[in-house]
Design a protein around this ligand. Structure first.
Ligand code: GLC
Length: 737
């Protein structure tokens, strides 16, 4: 629709019809099942306002969306179509590995391709907008939503933010999904990793570390932004004019739609910045919030606020205009049933989509340990006992795969029994947890709330010990329950569930080689169990094709290439722990008993158990011949960094060459290391390749003491290597001219 006509349409709306465009309700208001992704409560919206609603949350399926749209338009005076928005976070019916696993692929191009397929599936189901990517940087694995993040690094997160938006949106001319980047901003820095908790940091840290990935998503064209639940500098994001107007709209020039997170406007009262719904609505509208998700605030308060002169019609019109523009950009006025296809099943889980998802799962898996090259296994000849609650589990997709169908997920057992593996046995050994009550009511929904009796626990364990004794090798498939991570999944203890720890301890007494395959939505603390097993494969929640990917690595079909995008702590007490930290005035690289007065712990190392960028391969890679084209870098005279990588093994494999930099002296302290580039290369056995990186002054900019984003002259170190802790290093000097 032309702008002029759209403008006339907006001006033809009554006030209530305008306000309706700023409301988002869930499917139960329209006779559809409701997938609840937040607290459930009576909203108190009258029917008239329900009929004016502008968008619907988490309804999908062409039949549902077409029916609701048809009925809505039939009773609508203005005929403005509904927007269907959905948490298609990392999959629809084809499910990618969780984003923390996607980060470990270090392969944004592959992930972009994966999201192209997901976008097509969800679009055929009638979805218009997805609440993804979630790009919250996170350095605290106590926070359950690590699951949805690509990790602790601003640069890597920005690469993936761009890739996901491009994957979802494409050119938006082929019914692709509009992308909503979330949660703006810095939600991942919740104090103590406790979800929804306070976030408080300097503007410098916010801009330097936490904001870049949101900006990258918007640079890639994301059409929408979602506010976060947390405060920033004492003001909740949803009412934070500095964040939403000064930065997002004025500084970054974002003129798209700003939606709140679930019920976040009403939560301004609980935060203590709003006295009631009216006050909360006024604050949110003044901060630039366009759509009120799942409260009655805008629906019931904007009209009286306007009447009392507490808000202006101009603010309402600006918000309505942005919503109508989004609907127009998506072509909804021409085709309100955009994308929806009653033959949607023909487009779900296509072989192409599953192949990409399988490859993404393969590349997401991280080999953390492989003593004596225990892996890969030979399924044809070795007697292998698969033991653990995840051996025959279909819960492999994590908490935010809300549109997936569990029955479509293959378990490890499903995959193995379809292979030529004559000497393989299976048993669960124990349940995921011994007590589901801590998962709350939600836990009842997923875990059918079954508590094993002592006899059942003993029986499971005995069965496990019997098959373990009869095997050559044991594969333990253990991990967090799916509900122990994700939203509202914060934990203070980050080891394996107790009942699984007991199983592992018992099995490890048998003195047989053990491979541990881990399922988790966050970095776990593995220090207690690391020395009880011979190999560890980190599988995250690996997605709908995850079981196949795991088996492909266990039997050597795929040589593991994953590299951690978030540190695994040695102990919870170290948290927050991340590689790109500051040196402090009393640095200590390794614990020094002779020097008490250094920045260290009395009872733990400063280093994580597994660092950022770490991951093993079945191949061996050696780095040598690090060269700089010059040891002076200046504006217009970039330097080329080159290094040779040799696969010294006979097994072809993939290495992710990582380039870090350190600014030794600046007007503000700078991290001891910062990732600024990487390249993933494939090397045949014995093959050597030279990787080159071009470094310019632009790569070296930061937020300086005057809050300007620019570089400063001085000496820099560079590190090129296999991880943030294994590298070759050199240095150069940056001068302006
Ligand atoms: C949830 C989540 C957000 C999600 C939204 C809609 O509370 O915080 O990520 O997109 O509500 O379901």
């Amino acid at each position: 629709m032309e702008q002029e006509k759209l403008y006339q349409l907006m001006n033809s709306l009554t006030l209530k019809e305008k306000i309706g465009q700023l409301i988002q309700l869930s499917g139960d208001f329209f006779g559809n099942d409701n997938i609840s992704t937040g607290p459930i409560e009576e909203l108190g919206i009258d029917n008239e306002m329900i009929q004016y609603t502008g968008s619907i949350l988490n309804v999908s399926g062409a039949k549902n969306t077409i029916k609701i749209q048809k009925e809505y338009l039939a009773q609508s005076r203005h005929k403005i179509p509904l927007l269907f928005m959905n948490d298609v976070v990392y999959g629809y019916r084809t499910i990618l590995p969780i984003p923390l696993g996607q980060g470990a692929t270090w392969n944004p191009n592959l992930i972009r391709n994966g999201y192209e397929h997901i976008s097509k599936e969800a679009s055929k189901a009638g979805v218009h907008v997805t609440f993804s990517p979630m790009v919250d940087l996170v350095r605290d694995p106590r926070w359950g939503r690590c699951l949805e993040s690509t990790g602790e690094d601003p640069y890597l997160n920005s690469q993936f933010a761009k890739a996901v938006v491009e994957g979802f949106q494409g050119d938006l001319n082929h019914n692709q999904l509009a992308s909503c980047v979330k949660h703006f901003a810095a939600y991942g820095a919740a104090e103590a990793g406790r979800d929804y908790n306070t976030v408080d940091m300097s503007e410098r840290r916010l801009r330097q570390d936490y904001l870049p990935a949101y900006h990258a998503a918007l640079e890639a064209g994301a059409k929408m932004v979602m506010t976060s639940f947390n405060t920033i500098d004492g003001i909740p994001a949803t009412a934070n004019k500095w964040l939403m107007k000064d930065i997002l709209r004025d500084e970054w020039g974002f003129d798209g739609v700003l939606i709140t997170d679930y019920a976040a406007i009403k939560e301004l009262i609980a935060h203590g910045v709003a006295v009631d719904d009216a006050h909360a609505s006024q604050l949110a509208l003044e901060a630039g919030v366009d759509i009120d998700m799942k409260t009655a605030c805008y629906a019931n308060q904007l009209q009286p606020l306007l009447k009392e002169g507490r808000i202006s019609l101009e603010l309402i019109d600006q918000a309505v205009w942005r919503v109508l523009t989004l609907k127009n950009d998506l072509g909804l006025f021409e085709n309100p049933y955009r994308g929806a296809d009653l033959n949607e099943e023909n487009y779900m889980r296509t072989s192409d989509a599953r192949e990409i998802a399988l490859q993404a799962s393969r590349e997401a898996l991280v080999l953390l340990k492989n003593n004596n090259n225990l892996l890969p296994l030979d399924f044809k000849t070795q007697k292998i006992a698969f033991i653990g609650p995840y051996v025959d589990s279909k819960f492999l997709t994590g908490l935010w795969a809300i549109n997936g169908k569990t029955e479509e997920i293959a378990s490890i057992k499903d995959v193995v029994i379809s292979m030529d593996a004559p000497h393989v046995t299976f048993t669960k050994g124990c349940d995921y947890l011994d007590d589901y009550s801590k998962l709350g009511k939600f836990g009842e929904f997923v875990s059918n709330f079954k508590i094993n009796t002592d006899d059942e626990i003993k029986k499971d364990l005995q069965e496990a010990i019997i098959i373990a004794k009869e095997s050559d090798i044991i594969v333990l498939a253990l991990g967090e329950h799916m509900l122990e991570s994700g939203e509202a999944g914060s934990r203070t203890q980050l080891g394996l569930p107790e009942i699984q720890q007991c199983l592992l301890n018992e099995i490890s007494q048998l003195g047989k080689p053990i491979v541990l395959v881990l399922f988790n939505g966050r970095p776990l603390v593995l220090t207690e169990i690391e020395n009880k097993v011979d190999a560890i494969l980190e599988a995250w929640f690996p997605g709908s094709e995850g079981a196949q990917a795991i088996v492909d690595i266990l039997n050597g079909t795929y040589n593991p290439s994953g590299r951690l995008s978030m540190s695994f702590p040695y102990t919870v007490g170290q948290i927050p722990i991340y590689y790109n930290s500051f040196n402090t005035g009393r640095p200590v690289a390794v614990h020094d008993d002779n020097n008490r007065f250094a920045s260290q712990f009395l009872d733990a190392p400063n280093t994580p158990l597994y660092p950022f960028g770490f991951g093993l391969s079945y191949s061996q890679f050696s780095y040598n011949n690090l060269k700089l084209s010059s040891n002076i870098l200046s504006i217009g005279s970039p330097i080329t960094i080159s290094v040779n990588i040799t696969n010294t093994s006979s097994i072809a494999g993939t290495e992710t060459v990582q380039l870090y930099v350190r600014d030794l002296v600046s007007s503000v302290v700078r991290p001891v290391k910062e990732l600024i580039n990487f390249e993933k290369i494939f090397l045949k056995g014995g093959e050597c390749k030279t990787v080159t990186f071009i470094l310019t002054e632009k790569d070296l900019r930061f937020i300086n003491k005057d809050m300007f984003y620019q570089f400063e002259e001085g000496v820099f170190q560079i590190f090129v290597g296999h991880s943030s802790q294994e590298y070759l290093s050199s240095q150069f000097t940056l001068i302006k001219h």
